[in-house]
Design a protein around this ligand. Structure first.
Ligand SMILES: [Fe+2]
Ligand SMILES: [Fe+2]
Length: 384
């Protein structure tokens, strides 16, 4: 998973999303990611990276959870087993899954994620606000990739008996996501930070999604991730003067992993026609498009300094990614949004303004009750 699969959710007191902790056993036994440091540094950005001496790792003890923070997901694994049982579901095209499995076994990027000394040198050169926003970019990306690792790893484990081919693909996708998350975490170490992924696995709350929602959300997340990575890569290839950290050089092959993951979810959805062929499927498809697109737009507009730092216009970049993702998604979802209608962008920009007001209320000195009332009234003004 590449993009943040966070959804815009109601504020906590109206939040009906069920959260639970999945039974992963001891994640340290199964997780191929070994955090180098024992410190918990989810909100690394609140610490001035420039103040740290090389070799000293920043330590934080709390995760800064916001409306748009990347989440960890769990699902109904029993229902998943039923959906992928070839005895029950005759729509499963096992030949297609076997072909996909061969692709994943080929492991095109096995030797791709190799670092060099340019990483640390580039990080040391980066100072001031850009350095801080880079740390946040690495931290959020690492969390999002790791979220994919956890979900796919568990699906690989749980589906082993029911559908070994599908299970093995999930396991190989978790291999990819572990690689991506590990590479980003190594990037954080260039800035003297580290995410304790083992601790996060146990300590963070998991958001529950029914299988069909996992399919919609994860498909979108993978495809949006593909378009984000490839767009940044192409932009920096054309404008190398903005290439300030070597991680972007890896995005061309990296995004192909995300594309393959998305194609696998496309095959999964085709095997579940009940999630694609009625009016409810159309509504849910549009809802997930909206949720994922809005989340990305709000997140990126909150971090415009990062995109401007690498020479992109944030809103133009996002609209390009949205339009391309939407065109790709239209090939499998029964309905998508009219994102190329200027009215759509106008509404997105209105939401950015509202989101800025919500952030301002959150950062104000008002007492909690007044803050809640102000936030409630601002949320009420969000609407499509
Ligand atoms: Fe990924
Ligand atoms: Fe992925």
């Amino acid at each position: 998973m590449a993009a943040e699969m966070a959804l815009v959710k109601p504020i906590s007191k109206f939040n009906t999303t069920k959260t639970s902790t999945p039974k992963f056993g001891n994640p340290r036994k199964t997780c191929s990611l070994r955090p180098k440091f024992s410190s918990v540094t989810m909100s690394a950005t609140s610490q001035p990276a420039t103040a740290k001496k090389p070799g000293k790792k920043a330590a934080k003890t709390a995760i800064k959870e916001t409306l748009l923070t990347p989440r960890f997901y769990t699902t109904d694994f029993d229902e998943m087993e039923t959906l992928f049982n070839t005895e029950i579901n005759k729509n499963l095209n096992q030949d297609e899954f076997v072909a996909l499995l061969q692709e994943f076994k080929t492991d095109y990027n096995q030797t791709h994620f190799v670092r060099n000394k340019e990483f640390k040198e580039a990080a040391d050169k980066m100072q001031g606000p850009l350095r801080q926003i880079f740390v946040e970019f690495l931290e959020r990306s690492c969390t999002a990739e790791f979220s994919g690792f956890l979900l796919y790893k568990e699906l690989g484990r749980r589906l082993k008996k029911t559908n070994p081919v599908v299970a093995e693909i999930f396991s190989l996708m978790s291999r990819d996501e572990a690689r991506h998350a590990g590479f980003l975490n190594k990037g954080l170490s260039d800035f003297n930070f580290a995410l304790d992924l083992g601790f996060l696995t146990k300590a963070r709350k998991y958001t529950f999604f029914k299988p069909k929602f996992i399919f919609y959300a994860t498909y979108l997340s993978e495809k949006i991730g593909y378009w984000r990575y490839i767009t940044i890569y192409r932009h920096l290839k054309e404008n190398p003067e903005y290439q300030c950290y070597p991680i972007f050089n890896y995005f061309e092959n990296w995004c192909q992993d995300e594309n393959r993951h998305g194609d696998f979810f496309s095959a999964l959805l085709k095997a579940q026609p009940q999630f694609l062929n009625d009016w409810k499927a159309k509504l849910w498809s549009r809802f997930f498009c909206l949720s994922v697109y809005v989340t990305m737009y709000l997140n990126d507009c909150q971090r415009t300094a990062f995109y401007e730092g690498i020479g992109l216009n944030t809103k133009e970049f996002d609209m390009h990614v949205l339009i391309e993702t939407n065109r790709t998604t239209a090939r499998i979802f029964p309905a998508v949004l009219d994102v190329e209608n200027p009215e759509f962008k106008r509404k997105l920009d209105r939401m950015v303004e509202i989101n800025q007001k919500i952030i301002a209320v959150g950062e104000s000195d008002d007492i909690a009750l007044v803050k809640n009332l102000e936030e409630d009234s601002t949320y009420c003004s969000i609407g499509f």
